[in-house]
Design a protein around this ligand. Sequence first.
Ligand SMILES: Nc1nc2c(ncn2[C@@H]2O[C@H](COP(=O)(O)OP(=O)(O)OP(=O)(O)O)[C@@H](O)[C@H]2O)c(=O)[nH]1
Ligand SMILES: [Mg+2]
Length: 583
Amino acid sequence: MEIRNFCIISHIDAGKSTLADRFLELTSAVSSRKMRPQFLDMMDLEREKGITIKMQPVRMKFDKYILNLVDTPGHVDFSYEVSRSLAAVEGALLLIDATQGIQAQTLANLELAKKQNLFIIPVINKIDLAQANIEQAVDEIVKLLKVKKEEIIKISAKNGTNIEQLLKAVIDKIPLPDIKKNKPFRALIFGSKYDQYKGVIAYVRIVDGEVKKTDRIKFLALKESTDIKELGFFTPDFVSQEKLCAGEIGYIATGIKEPGKIKVGDTVIIPNLEQIPNALPGYEEPKPMVYASLYPENPDDFDLLKDALFKLKLNDPSLVFEQETKESLGRGFKCGFLGTLHAEIISERIHREFGFNLIISSPSVVYQVDNKLIYSATDWPVFPDKTEEPWVSLEIITPNRYMGKIIEVLKNLRANYIKTDYLSLERIILVYEIPLREIIVNFYDRIKSVSQGYASMNYKFSDFREAELVKMDILVAGKKESAFSKIVPKEKAFAEGKVLVKKLKETLPSQQFSVALQAVIGANIIARETIRAKRKDVTGYLYGGDYSRKRKLLEKQKKGKKKLKEKGSLRIPSKVFFEVFKT
Ligand SMILES: Nc1nc2c(ncn2[C@@H]2O[C@H](COP(=O)(O)OP(=O)(O)OP(=O)(O)O)[C@@H](O)[C@H]2O)c(=O)[nH]1
Ligand SMILES: [Mg+2]
């Protein structure tokens, strides 16, 4: 049987997972009884949020062909998933939403696919919608990919229009895997997952030779050897087989229980072969630019947190972490993420999949102080000499008519205008450079809202530049809550301090006593708010004018409040941290 390996790439929401559904139906890979929309979004979190977070391989059969499809996420925070998927396939379907045209991640993912020399099939989706502008999308694609109009396939993934035509194009146009017979076994690990019973499961693309269930395998970079517990392919469930051959995509369950022993990007070989093959090109390590500290709400859960992070890293190699200790919070981890959605998803997964609550510190970018990288406000020196922050090059794609409003948003954000490129007569790419911290929280939502959902953005790290930065601390009832500490540009300190204490006031539940909220820089208070005491009506049941008894009760309440305050028994619920960081 002949093999075709391909993935679907696009901007978020263009309909990749919906298209995968139609392929699964057409090839009868999933029974109609089990079918549900976005079938490959198997995590609860993916279904709730309506977005793909993990890439998902699945094997289908059509005529005499084996088709391995990899569905990928579209959100920029998960682009490492896309780049890993691309190394396992020979071709990509580049999906363009007909109501949106080319979007920022269309360009970014296309660039990744081109780097891998993949064959690209351009596809316009959502042609069923009244607001679809198919002609404009065609023009943009022709210009971008230098293809003929006729090569673009127009579909509706939702209604199932032209899906068979597309599948035939996959078979006709996407190159066969380059299989050289009789070469020693080599496979690339492009993903992995932890399973309680099967240990670490490596997702592999077999490049050369074959591997049998009974073989002993070795990971080249980490020099670890193991017997195989099980191997097979995805339907998308794991289906056990006797062997996997060159060109196939599948999994190898290793039985290894220690997560650090297997690495995505590593090459798998069979060790006792006479000739030891070379390592395959792995992946560039992702560079997290957004950092936040994670602490268990209950300090006794530290070991659970550690275990959770190691296991999640198997499923998500873009996560990085390092242990740290803070006086008020105990032991926790400084974690690096590819963006704030990534941080939110990881925290949520820890909570759900490992069952305990977390405190997360204010997400922050990486700073450079006196030529050293600083990942957390806690590590900020008292008297820094030279402070620098990361800048990115930012691309915003938008219809012309929203250009003014977008420029208005950028005006307040220390951004420098670079240039405007044209995708078509009506749509442009605005290029800016801007400090990363200005865009990690809320920025995308604002751009989306001023453009009625039509603008999209992408950014790339460019360099560190000098800036006047200071550390702002937050005192809650006089006590420093280091999870709220933040590095801010000096010129913005007042404004940001004010917003932060106000937000805290809105989100912190009121207490028996009044609570002062202060933003400070060193010894200077730059903003303050007070949460008024919640006065429980201890006198309510008294009738008439028994004034002395009433006073006595109030006195007693006052004393109680004082006691509470002295003990500092104010507990900040973890949801307050998430709320506050959305400012
Ligand atoms: N009208 C219409 N809606 C579609 C079509 N294809 C997908 N959608 C809708 O578009 C939304 C996003 O679809 P998904 O399949 O989740 O998109 P995706 O590209 O997988 O999204 P991410 O994985 O998060 O990047 C859903 O509400 C789909 O129902 C289509 O052909 N026509
Ligand atoms: Mg999806």
